[in-house]
Design a protein around this ligand. Sequence first.
Ligand SMILES: [Zn+2]
Length: 1004
Amino acid sequence: MQTPQRYKGTTYNTAFPTTGNREISDLPRKNVILTPDGIPIMPSGFLPGLFINLNIYRMNRLKMMMLAFLSAGIALPSHSQQPVPPVPVDPDIRIGKLENGLTYYIRHNEEPKERASFYIIQNVGAILEEDNQNGLAHFLEHMAFNGTLHFPGKGIINTLEKHGVAFGRNINAYTSTDQTVYNLSDVPVTHPGLIDTCLLVLHDWSDFLLLTDEEIDLERGVISEEWRTRRNANFRMQKKIYPVLFRDSKYAERDVIGDLEVIKNFKPETLRKFYEDWYRTDLQAIAVVGDINVDEVEGKIKALFGAIPAEVNPPARLYAEIPPHKETLFALATDPEATQYGISLYIKHPGTAPDDKNLMYYRDQIGNLLFNSIMRDRIAELLQKGQPPFVAGNISYGRLTGKYNVMAIAGSAHPGRTGEALRSIYTEALRVKRHGITPSELDRAKSNLLTRTETRWKQKDKIENDQYLDDIVNHFLTNEPLTSIDFDWEALQQLLPTISAEELSAKANQWIADENRVIIVMGPEGDEVKLINEQEALAILKEVEAAEIEPYAEEEVASTLIEKELKGSPVVATRTLPGMNATEWTLGNNAKVVYRFAGFQKDNVLLRAVSPGGSSLYPPAMLASAMMLSDFTGNFGVGSFDAITLKKMLTGKNVTLNQGITELYESFTGNSTPKDFETLLQLLYLQFEEPRFDKEAYDALSSRYLAMVTNLAKNPQQIMSDSLQKILSGYSPRTKLLTPALFGEMSLEQMEKIYRDRFADAGDFTFFIVGNIDEATVKPMIEKYIGSLTDSPRTEQWIDNKVGMPDGKTVKEIPIPLETEKATVSVVFNSEIPWNPNTNMAMNVVRDVLRLRYTEEIREKEGGTYGVRVAAQNEKYPRNEKTLQMGFDTDPAKAAHLKSILYREAEKLAQKGPTPEDLDKVVKNILKDREQAKPNNNYWMMVLSEYYRNGVNLDLASNYEDILQNMTAREVRKFAKKFFAKADVADVVFKPLKAEADGAVPAK
Ligand SMILES: [Zn+2]
């Protein structure tokens, strides 16, 4: 079954992963320290809802017991004399092995249509490096894109980009301690010859890298910059933790990015030796999944890869051991830029050997999923109802790295309360160790697991190529199961009843052991007095172990969301929307409902409700409450049910509903299965008519937020993001930053006032419903629930508060305290240009052409950065404006020169326009994405919402494809010229404060 969500752990990509249009005032990325296989050492979720931990399993491909085994009616024998059968492989996946030891996997799949993904999976990683190669596994991965036998220079990227396959997004690779995987994704295979081209690329990666001295030297700069970009507080703390967590193991010594001295100075032969030793057919797999002919591709693979000779007497591929230990180890990691206080207790266990991953193993994996989900709920309940000394917590069992598992017991503490947090989270662990889980907890977890698996199964035709490939990667590397979703769904139904609370309780008891334990304490440097030391930590464990702990208790919950009879109101007007296959209904209470059937995702219905107004209507003194409201609403519950009760009531149902307030609009966004759509409408009804403002939940969540935000001021990302936000908004009092002061400005009373005001008038909302639900079913439900919402006589519009960039050019150089010498350059252009499909498309083309230019000029030619971010925004409201933002990290000494290239290339584009090659690459890529986006329910939600907001039908080719296909270099030039000529500019460079201080005191 299904492995934990595919954390690749500490991985390093070749290309800067582009994230599309990033918000200008993006919050700092959540940064979780990961062990090699991806378990967070400290849960440092920035927002409670974003907290990542290892028990976020991907439910979509739950792999189960063999069906035949089950249908024979045999309960799973735990002490059977019979050997446990192996796990059946998805019959639609062709697996083979060539004489030279190379494995291949091929599967036909049509999501997306006319596309395929091509992977080479190498059972090779940083763990195989000698000390003089520290960092070279990853360096080698970069070199795969810098010259091969059939694709010299930048040939691979250049060839594929001509077909719209973009570097970074579609072409990429990653390296971690035990694996290196390259992918060419979403390749349009209808183009003749492109399958052969991709296979040839994989072939060259397998054994034919050129590794020239010149290209190696050029890449040293890029990787040094990647090293700089990644060197943050979590990275530095990880360097202190690994030697303890992985004591006496090679995992303690390899961090993948490696040693900067090695990166800058290694001899080319050293890299070539690593390549020759480890990139070889017996450690490689080729995998192709997509809209292809399996026999044909198999023939091509045999011919092309069969000719590669097997290595003679290759070195053995060994797996690093982690030696066991009786005593409890302790690691303290601090950093000046750390923003959180963390405590963890890790208990290491041997994992299952690849050869033993049989049906019993798969059943065990289901048990782990259920256990982790139960513990997640218990911790959520603590956080919701009480005020525990931790702001986020995690108790879960899963994979650590290589062949090891871990029981992770971790908490992110309130500032300075590390001792209490350890006591509290460890008490929860011992509660489950001693008393186990309850049958009703287990029933809820099973019910939720079934529902989610059923949805995946019903939507099996929407499983994407790259999802299959993730499973294939795990099957090849560690023999994880590779079953079909049909099998999984059938088996899950039969298997769940065989898993009992007693069985899982006994496992938990065994997982929470007293050997192989490691305590980890993390926090800001200089605050050591607030961090527990080794003696204190050990004493706390002893104290909890000696204490009496009560079993977990829970109350009965109600079963009906809405008790009273709803009157509803009928549809009074119907209008069809030409060209969109949609219907607009007006109900008796003035609510407008726009409905469109869409069955692309079969087990899915989308809901959206939107009304103008937003936070624009409030004075600055109320904005803190408005800004934080959406984060709190979900924790308040609804009607007479608190959030925990509500969650229990929704067991086994697939519904989500989120409330949002932006500057101009208030909204609800939700989705459900067709079966649970009525429940979704009930929740929507209650959110409008019976919202709940829960003081206990407000206090609990505010104090968690405050704890998380308190030390953010030390985080360079946060400092930069805040400064930029202030500059870009002209220091408007309406700009609210996430600081401790914000929490003094907001209140539950204000939140309630704003909420009740925003959602007082359903008659001012437009509701959108898109999904696999027919009109006859949906219409009476709408009349009943949406038709019962309160209409009020007011008509509202948002107002323009005139917040925007200062006129002209603003240039700033801002020194900030930084541990790693790094400059961050950010340049923003903002122009008033009318919003329409033509100018929007021209803006997007300019963005993508510049991405190509900057990658070539600043990354490849100058070796000056790991990647340049370029984002564009097209806005119509509150006023017509377009924004282009670009930025990168670099060596402070190079910042001024590299920044001038940002301008130089923009200027070149405005004067000469794009080259035909660049324009062609960009247009093909946007068209390819568009084609893939269309057959999806959410595409229609986007089209309809945009139509109601901006009055343009973006589904029409004349508003999209035609514009792109007819776009000439001359038009792009004209647009760029106009855009840059009238733009206001913010030009901001953040640089290390320390460099200046050092300069003031002459160094000897
Ligand atoms: Zn990299």
